[in-house]
Design a protein around this ligand. Structure first.
Ligand code: ZN
Ligand code: ZN
Length: 162
């Protein structure tokens, strides 16, 4: 004897670091389940969360690790290769709410914190005063100074030509 149980077909797919879950009998409602097992619909016991667990248990594709939430406002972040750290190797990103502004704000905070924790680029030793990080110009300041010098040299040359 078979018992007819209505089991709606469920589709689970990976999008970035989340799982999109749809029921075939309700295809227009999409539940987005993230890695913390929370569903976008707000129901902490949403069936979608179980569906994702089932999907993974049966060998479904695992969503890649997403970028952490924006440290400034907690919004979602998107990768932005243009801002990948050349030296720090930290991935660049953009905030869904604050854009590149929040990335730069977070970066500035991190640099400030590093300076506060370790202000010495070269710590002092006996007979050597050491070099503090803030004694060195940032590259922006360097560039500005260079441009200024270039400008004044140019106007000097122009004066000499006249
Ligand atoms: Zn849900
Ligand atoms: Zn943000």
């Amino acid at each position: 004897m078979t018992v007819d149980v209505f089991v709606p077909q469920i589709s689970v797919s990976v999008q970035r670091s989340t799982y999109l879950v749809q029921r075939m009998d309700d295809p227009f409602r999409v539940h987005v389940v993230d890695k913390n097992k929370t569903c976008s619909c707000g129901d902490p016991h949403c069936w979608s969360i179980l569906a994702v667990a089932d999907y993974l248990r049966s060998g479904g594709q695992r969503a890649p690790m997403g970028l952490p939430a924006c440290p400034i406002c907690g919004s979602e972040t998107f990768p932005d290769r243009k801002w990948d750290g050349k030296y720090t190797k930290q991935p660049g990103w953009r905030c869904a709410t604050g854009g590149i502004g929040h990335f730069l704000q977070a970066k500035t905070q991190r640099i400030r914190q590093q300076w506060a924790e370790n202000p010495w680029l070269i710590p002092p030793a006996s007979g050597y005063p050491g070099v503090r990080r803030d004694e060195l110009m940032t590259w922006q300041e360097c560039e500005a100074a260079e441009q200024e010098q270039h400008q004044s040299t140019k106007s000097q040359v122009e004066l000499e030509v006249q």
